[in-house]
Structure formats: structure tokens, C-alpha cells
Design a protein around this ligand. Structure first.
Ligand code: HEM
Length: 406
């Protein structure tokens, strides 16, 4: 057996939580795409699921919601009891049509490129202030000092939440997402959710009494089939927007920072040629996808790439695997800020659930990374990175860095 054979030996496949705490398992994904692109993954305490790693399959599944339902079993991997499922189905993420379109339309107007363009000046100014606060120190803890700031401030402002609540909202979303990790201990996720719901109820009451030009006012006034949203529906909207608008973008910024630390030549290229920003943003998104996966449930017996799938089977789409598919991306493990075309699936594979926050996320990533690239010279890791133990969010919870103020 030669060394080359050793290198191509099959890695142990384990796509559940412990793996992600160590890093995105690209060795497993490379192997799966090549050898078993529709792989039956066993699951302790669960039914098991199909792990889908090819770009074309992620797109096909995303665009066929009749066959691959978001509502039947929800969009997270674990099997849920009926009570939890009922609650999850109050979120647009976990709805199928006709319900899904009705609810998505309520908030979609708040996220169009035109609306987001009006916010860009504010977003840019926030990013400047965030970097102003740390630039003189020559060191910072990147996640909390920089990456977390613009996303939470922006979504809180869009929802109409007061400024003094921003730090608490970061803590609460960390607890909700990090409940698999050790953030806050047992039950922390549920306690955090209760606090967010209570806040949402207060906000809803305030906006009913005193309407403003924000998403919360749109939510309390929205009607579906002639009915106003009830408290449970409002709560789920609120949580979906806060978590979707916060964790995802913050972690994308974390991974972008890491990519530039590891590829300083790309930062130099971007500083010297601002025309590269649009392709650079898409490459940051492709390379550092901040959501590992979303799940679907097959509604009928079907097949993917010739593999039979039974009605009721769980099907999990791995975005970071699809983003490194060699059939679509040349030299897929290379971080190349001028990559074109770049048909990444970081915001989903298209179709009805395609991310609502694309323009908002891109504006925030651009604003923050622009300040970082231009003002934090020669950034280096100053200690170990701490990663979130989650098979859903590609999270970094701690990243100490040093830099030379520019
Ligand atoms: C880099 C940042 C982001 C990433 C990686 C991301 C990723 C995704 C993905 C993969 C989906 C598809 C879900 C599915 O197919 O089941 C999605 C949906 C969604 N995203 Fe994002 N997202 C980001 C930022 C945002 C932001 C800033 C918002 C705004 C609040 C947002 C709001 C939503 C909503 C509401 C949905 C559900 C849409 C639906 O089910 O119809 N996202 N996102």
C-alpha cells in the first residue's frame, strides 16, 4: 500500500455534533461527494438520514418542495415530538405552501434590495464605529468585539428594538443556538427563548398602541386569511428573524476573517483593487458557509441520483459540501476572491425558501470586512479558536487576534 493510497483511504463518516466542534469535515465531504453522494447516515436516538453533498442535488431538492417538505418533519435534523413540531411550524422556515407563501410575503417587503439599499449608509457607519473602538488596541477578540456587532444592531433596529437591548439579544441568541454547546448550561436555550418571546409580546403591545415604520409594526398589522397573527406566530417570526439575521452573518464574518488570515495575498489584492468586492463577497460566502445544513422530509417514494428514497425519510442538504463540489468549482478548496462564476448555495439552493436576508447579509459583510481589510493590518491569530459544537450553525465563539493598526 503506498502513501497515496493511505491519503485516499476512506475517513470515518460522522456528521453529527462532535465533529463540527473540530472543524468543517471537508475530508468526509470530499469522500462522500466522490464515493457516496447520497449517503445513509445512522443517527443515535434518531431514525437516520440521507446526507446529500453534491451541488446539483442540493439545488434539485431545494427547488422541489412538494417532494421534499420543510413542514412534515421541520428543517432541523433531530426527530421532533408532535408538540415541538407544531411550534416549529409557526416559523416560515418550517412551512410548506400554501401557508408558506402567505407568511413569507408578510416580511418579504422588509428585505428587498431597494429597502436594504436605504440602510446601507447606516450599516457602513456602524461598521466604522465598531472598528474605531478596537483599532488602537492592536488586538481584540474578533467574534465579540467585531463580528457580532453590525448584524445584531441592524436586525434589532429593523425590528424596532431599543439600543440598550442589543448586548442582551446577542447573549440570548447565543444561548438559543448554543444550547447544544455549553453556553449557559442546561435549559439555557429554552430560558432564552422564553425571554425573547416575552420581549416580543411587549414590543407587539407597544406597536399596536403606537405604530412605527418597522418590521414589528408590519407583523402586528399583518393578516393571513383575514386573521391577525396570534402571539405564538408573532413570537416565531421574531425569533426566526433575530436568529437568522444574527448568527448566520456574524459567523460568515468570522470565517471571512479566518480566510484572509490564512490567505493574506487575497486581502492585499482586495485592498489594491476595489472592483473585486462583489466577487470577493460571494467567495467569502462560498468558502465560509455559516449554516451547515437544512433538512427536508420526503413526501413520497422518490430517488436522488438513482438512490431510492422512501416517503418519510429525512434528507439533509450539506451546503459547505456542495460549495466545494469539484464538478462546479475549479480548485474548490482555494479561496479566490475573483472567482467567477460562483454559484454557491450558502443562502440555500434556490426555490421558495431561498434566504430572505441575502441583500442585508451582503451589505453587512461588505461593510464590516471593508473596515477590517483596510484598517487591521497583518491580522494574526493570537490563540486558539473556539468553535461551536453544533451540527447546524458553523459557529466560532472565540477568536483572539492581533493586528497592526492602519
Ligand atoms: C450569511 C448570512 C446568512 C446565511 C448563510 C443564511 C442562510 C439561509 C439559508 C441556507 C436559508 C434557506 C433555508 C431553507 O432552504 O430551508 C435561509 C432562509 C432564510 N433566511 Fe437566511 N441566511 C443569512 C442571513 C439572513 C439574514 C440577515 C436574514 C434576515 C433577517 C435572513 C432571514 C432568512 C429567513 C427569514 C429565511 C427563511 C425563508 C423561508 O423559509 O421562506 N437570513 N437563510
Amino acid at each position: 500500500m503506498t502513501a497515496t493510497n493511505d491519503l485516499t483511504a476512506a475517513p470515518h463518516i460522522d456528521l453529527l455534533a462532535e465533529t463540527w466542534a473540530r472543524g468543517v469535515p471537508h475530508d468526509q465531504f470530499d469522500h462522500l461527494r466522490r464515493e457516496a453522494p447520497v449517503y445513509w447516515h445512522p443517527e443515535e436516538g434518531g431514525s437516520g438520514f440521507w446526507a446529500v453533498t453534491k451541488h446539483a442535488d442540493v439545488k434539485r431538492i431545494s427547488r422541489d418542495p412538494r417532494t421534499f417538505s420543510s413542514e412534515l418533519g421541520g428543517t432541523f435534523i433531530p426527530d421532533q415530538d408532535e408538540e415541538t413540531l407544531m411550534m416549529l411550524r409557526l416559523s416560515v422556515l418550517n412551512m410548506d405552501d400554501p401557508q408558506h407563501t402567505r407568511y413569507r410575503n408578510i416580511v418579504a417587503k422588509g428585505f428587498t434590495p431597494r429597502v436594504i439599499n436605504k440602510l446601507v449608509e447606516d450599516i457602513d457607519a456602524r461598521a466604522v464605529r465598531v472598528v474605531d473602538e478596537v483599532v488602537g488596541r492592536g488586538e481584540c477578540e474578533f467574534v465579540n468585539d467585531i463580528a457580532s456587532k453590525v448584524p445584531i444592531q441592524t436586525i434589532c433596529t429593523m425590528l424596532g428594538l431599543d439600543d440598550e437591548l442589543w448586548p442582551r439579544m446577542v447573549e440570548l441568541t447565543n444561548m438559543m443556538i448554543g444550547s447544544l454547546d455549553d453556553v449557559g448550561g442546561d435549559n439555557a436555550g429554552q430560558m432564552a427563548a422564553m425571554e425573547v418571546y416575552a420581549l416580543c409580546d411587549q414590543m407587539a403591545a407597544a406597536r399596536r398602541a403606537d405604530p412605527r415604520d418597522d418590521i414589528m409594526t408590519a407583523l402586528v398589522n399583518a393578516e393571513v386569511d383575514g386573521q391577525r397573527l396570534d402571539d405564538g406566530e408573532l413570537n416565531m417570526f421574531f425569533v426566526t428573524l433575530i436568529v437568522a439575521g444574527n448568527e448566520t452573518t456574524r459567523n460568515l464574518i468570522n470565517h471571512a476573517m479566518l480566510a484572509f488570515i490564512e490567505n493574506p495575498g487575497e486581502a492585499e489584492r482586495l485592498r489594491n483593487d476595489p472592483s473585486l468586492w462583489p466577487t470577493a463577497i460571494d467567495e467569502m460566502l462560498r468558502y465560509g458557509a455559516s449554516i451547515h445544513n437544512f433538512r427536508r422530509t420526503a413526501t413520497v417514494d422518490t430517488e436522488i441520483r438513482g438512490t431510492p428514497i422512501s416517503a418519510g425519510d429525512k434528507v439533509v442538504m450539506y451546503y459547505s459540501a456542495a460549495n466545494r463540489d469539484e464538478d462546479v468549482f475549479a480548485d474548490p478548496h482555494r479561496f479566490d476572491i475573483s472567482r467567477t462564476p460562483n454559484d454557491h448555495v450558502t443562502f440555500g439552493g434556490g426555490g421558495v425558501h431561498f434566504c430572505l436576508g441575502v441583500s442585508l447579509a451582503k451589505a453587512q459583510i461588505r461593510a464590516t470586512m471593508h473596515e477590517v481589510i483596510h484598517r487591521l493590518g497583518d491580522p494574526q491569530l493570537a490563540g486558539p479558536i473556539r468553535r461551536l459544537k453544533s451540527d447546524f450553525v458553523n459557529g466560532v465563539t472565540e477568536m483572539p487576534i492581533t493586528f497592526t493598526p492602519r
